[in-house]
Design a protein around this ligand. Structure first.
Ligand code: GLN
Ligand code: ZN
Length: 750
């Protein structure tokens, strides 16, 4: 059988793209140097896959920032405000992705959203009435030719027009349906150019098909693909789906003139049964996603072989291609970079490069390879902790409820904390300057003593507190200087985790995360954050928020186990964080924030599964973390970068006292939803976008707050940025926060 990879990581094995891009943003290198780095990464990716013997390798899976934004630019869907800056095309692209503030103007970035149920974020394209769709770039052709020069006839990956239009925001009077056929026509023009360049295959990614689709969607999809498939220009067109099954549109899809159809047999719970019930056309290629593109555990060849056996009983073997379940973008590059991870762990993992080997193994599966794999899997260093199991088993229903109820707590806390109207605060982290990172890495490498490490951070905390007092913020934070990442940090302090050195995964733009791996049962070894929070509190008379990451986010941003349920893992983590909450309270911390930035991440893509398969245990797990605190202890939570409007009741039932969230990039739409749902929790909708270096003016912030006040009760409103400040520079942070405090003062007066 042949093999196929949906897409490959693009940040570079050593995160070369990140470092080059950031240098470019700082003006330290030219566009040409950035392009060179990018080309090297692409070439290295192609060669790696070629050498591993992959038959279908993607090109155009590279991006400087995001593939959805690339697609928008490819077809000229670029809001006027970015074009008006009159920058080079790459700089215009970055202006849309990151915002621009400089001599040519001052514009915000386009909004950013989570890519389906992953921690990758795409940029939301914007369609104005004046937008003129037209093929206006040659990226797919250029990258095809580049790979061809290396001797590889790639399949050209492009975000499919249906998914693209579903994710695009239409800001004028035009709707997706009004422009769908024109856009499809431009895809056809692109096919012509690709055919001319010698391409043979395109892969259109349509993950949107795994969501709930109504009749209207299906008709819309068909309308688009009638145009696309009657203009193939001699190319093979593969439809690639992932992150689930396509139960709502399977019938229509198999009847259309695709040459290949990519289905996900891992997350697609119904994929196999769809195939069995409805069959699969004899003349089409089935790209069978069975190597997990989202997790890092070694493939179970026994299981995969069983799936393949069922598939080949229905589809002729020569038409079956073994593939990854989705792009490998969501896993790290290679285990070869891991020099510290003991072999007994390492042999159970497969990152992108190792997944290429798995594809090869599965395509020539022998008894020998199979039995070696099976004995490896049955031979795992112990991962069970009986104490943890017993504690989870002893959780009672009442442990999920905090008393007294919200309203009563709200007035007790107002009294106890004595904060002004519209209290100002930040989300937790302060800029992670070079010296802060250096201090951590020196300590890690053993170059400085624990004492020196602690002393440095305490000085940082002291000056961070001083800065916040000077700025006039009301609820202070310690700044999170001890943390590399909000999840990795907790993972490191919990048992049951293993860590990697270079297992970076792209989160958004050039930002990568290094998810820890949950290996076994999780428990807390000792208090984690208490000493830092206590120290910070000792530097001021104002309240300092303790800062924790919640269990759902810890799990969602780790590579989870596959041998126990997600629910059980989350409960174990919840109990560990609960101990930390109680210790903070015990040590005099009166406000505790429990971040759940990734709450939504594992929300099933189909609404019908939301509660039964996820929220029904994720939300109670959060309540379990804080249900033990006193009425006067104020619990905050924070969420960002995802759609919340449709899960507002679930968020309210987390029963936090205050929630801060991202809102500035998405035009505060969420406020209407809060109002409609009579949201009880106090709210701090972020008033400016921290993912962009631009400094919001006082007027802009006042304007934003006035809009927010129209929808929110004054007594429930907090004023804060939309996320942590760790990726920002110091200067812009101070200026922005100064403006924020000034804006809060102004609205307090009227
Ligand atoms: N407290 C974290 C911080 O401020 C929250 C980060 C996040 O939401 N992603 O960095
Ligand atoms: Zn955030």
């Amino acid at each position: 059988m042949k093999t196929s990879v949906v897409g490959y990581p693009r940040i570079g094995r050593e995160r070369e793209l990140k470092f080059a891009s950031e240098k470019f943003f700082r003006g330290e290198i030219e566009e040409s140097a950035l392009s060179d780095t990018a080309r090297n990464i692409r070439e290295c990716n192609i060669v790696t896959q070629k050498n591993a013997g992959v038959d279908f390798i993607s090109s155009n899976d590279f991006s400087f920032y995001d593939n959805v934004l690339d697609t928008a630019f490819l077809f000229g869907i670029v809001p006027e405000r970015y074009q008006e800056l009159k920058l080079s095309s790459l700089r215009t692209y970055f202006a849309a992705a990151r915002g621009y503030q400089g001599e040519k103007g001052d514009v915000k970035a386009l909004p950013m959203k989570k890519w389906f149920n992953t921690n990758y974020h795409y940029i939301v394209p914007e369609f104005e009435d004046s937008t003129k769709i037209g093929l206006s770039g040659s990226k797919p052709v250029d990258e095809f030719l580049e790979a061809k020069a290396l001797g590889v006839d790639t399949k050209v990956q492009i975000v499919g027009p249906f998914t693209f239009l579903k994710l695009t925001k239409f800001v004028g009077t035009k709707k997706a349906a009004d422009v769908a056929e024109i856009l499809a026509g431009e895809y056809v023009r692109l096919f012509g150019k690709l055919a001319e360049a010698g391409a043979s295959t395109v892969q259109l990614d349509e993950p949107y098909l795994v969501r709930d689709l109504g009749r209207e969607d299906i008709v819309f999809f068909q309308k688009i693909y009638d145009v696309i498939l009657s203009g193939k220009c001699g190319l093979q067109v593969f439809l690639q789906t992932y992150f689930g099954d396509i139960r709502d549109i399977y019938d229509e899809v198999i009847r259309l003139d695709f040459d290949g159809i990519g289905l996900d047999f891992l997350e697609g719970r119904k994929t196999l049964s769809l195939l069995k019930e409805k069959g699969f056309p004899k003349d089409k290629i089935l790209l069978a996603g069975i190597v997990n593109g989202k997790n890092i555990w070694k493939n179970d060849y026994g299981k995969s072989a069983a799936i393949l056996k069922e598939i080949t009983s229905m589809v002729p073997e020569e038409n079956v291609v073994i593939g990854t379940s989705c792009s490998l973008l969501h896993v790290p590059y290679t285990l070869r970079s891991e020099t510290k991870l003991p072999e007994e762990y390492k042999k159970h993992f497969a990152f992108a490069e190792e997944k290429l080997e798995e594809l090869r193994d599965l395509s020539h599966l022998t008894e020998g390879i199979l039995s070696e794999n099976q004995s490896l899997l049955s031979n795992r260093v112990d991962s069970v902790d009986e104490k943890v199991r017993a504690r989870v088993a002893a959780i009672r229903e009442s442990d999920y409820t905090r008393l007294p109820a919200f309203e009563e707590r709200e007035s007790i806390q107002k009294e106890a904390l004595g904060l002004p109207l519209f209290p100002t605060t930040t989300i937790g982290s302060f800029p992670q300057t070079q010296d802060v990172k250096k201090n951590r890495s020196s300590f890690r490498k053993g170059e400085i003593s624990r004492q020196e490490y602690v002393k440095f951070n305490q000085e940082k905390i002291r000056s961070c507190i001083r800065l916040q007092e000077e700025l006039g913020l009301d609820v202070l934070v310690h700044g999170e200087f001890e943390r590399n990442d909000m999840v990795e940090y907790f993972g490191e302090n919990l048992s049951g985790y293993v860590f990697t050195e270079k297992a970076w995964v792209l989160s958004y733009g050039t930002r990568c995360v290094k998810p820890p791996i949950i290996w076994g049962d999780v428990s807390r070894k000792a208090p984690i954050t208490v000493a830092w929070s206590k120290f910070a509190a000792s530097c001021t008379s104002k309240p300092v928020k303790g800062m924790l990451t919640g269990p759902v986010t810890i799990l969602n941003w780790s590579f989870p186990r596959e041998d126990i349920s997600i629910k059980e893992s989350i409960q174990q983590i919840a109990l560990a964080i609960r101990d930390e909450v109680l210790d903070l309270e015990e040590n005099g911390i009166r406000i505790i924030q429990i971040d759940e930035a990734a709450l939504r991440e594992k929300l099933p893509l189909r609404k019908s599964d939301w509660y039964s398969e996820y929220l029904d245990f994720a939300i109670p797990a959060f309540r379990l973390v804080h249900s033990g605190v006193k009425a006067e202890t104020q619990i905050h939570t924070h969420m960002c970068y995802s759609e919340f409007t449709d899960i507002i009741p679930a968020i309210d039932s987390m029963d936090a006292d205050v929630i801060t969230f991202e809102a500035s990039r998405s035009d505060l739409q969420i406020l209407d939803a809060l109002k409609e749902n009579h949201f009880k929790t106090e709210v701090g909708p972020g008033v400016y976008d921290i993912h962009s270096p631009r400094v919001p003016s006082v007027e802009e912030l006042v304007g934003q707050l006035r809009k927010i006040r129209e929808k929110t009760e004054d007594r429930k409103l907090w004023v804060n940025p939309d996320c942590g400040l760790k990726t920002r520079g110091e200067e812009e942070t101070v200026k922005s926060l100064r403006n924020l405090v000034a804006a809060a003062k102004i609205i307090r007066e009227n």
